[in-house]
Design a binder for this molecule. Sequence first.
Ligand code: SF4
Length: 243
Amino acid sequence: MGGWFRATAGQTDPVTARVQQAVAARIPGAAALGLVPPPGAEAVPASRLADREWTAAVVRGRGGDARVAATVWWYSASAVLLSPPLAGLVAGQPLSARLADTALWLSPAGLPVAAVSSAPAGDLGAELRGSLGAVVAAVASAAGMRPRPLWAIATDSLANGLLALGRAVGDVPGATALAGRVAAAVGPPLPAPRYEDVRGRRFTRRASCCLVDRLPGGSLCTSCPRRPPAERRRLLAAVAVRS
Ligand code: SF4
């Protein structure tokens, strides 16, 4: 992984970016978890996400209904944005969640695919509250929607991220146990993350709707919070058996 930390968006110092390199080295499959920038992706400062004009242009560029476009985009972007601080926690080397300390890599389609934090965490709860609050405000403004559903998406990204990291390091109970503590440190309006265990496999019990079924060709989510609980558990059981 020798040089990826140098290809930053300018605000990420090549020396301090080594803190995330050390974290990524401790997490199997770090690249798939958005911790290693892929070749060819465009780097931008994460503070762009909080720029209302930039975010409005991203949402407009995705076309269709602005609320659907913004929601689906935030579902992906929040997962990537949270990846460094959550990985740092799981690795025992907390990384800053400040937008000013973070660089994002975008795919050719404009979706965030990796993030790199360049500094150790300070008050992680306050850092997350500041970063998520700023981006949620920008996305809500861009789509003309309420912030609450976007905070629910952030909670699900938090829960999903820790679950994925737990699977990567072989300690799902340990990683997912962090979710409630992180959310409590962030505080309202971030809802509490939840999990449910089905046939021995842990799943995020979603707080949010991603609106993906409103996209052309979009299908219903297995973990849809609007499904009757018994139906959702039956579908998740099938996933658990297959995995
Ligand atoms: S299936 Fe459920 S979670 Fe998925 S987009 Fe539809 S309502 Fe939202």
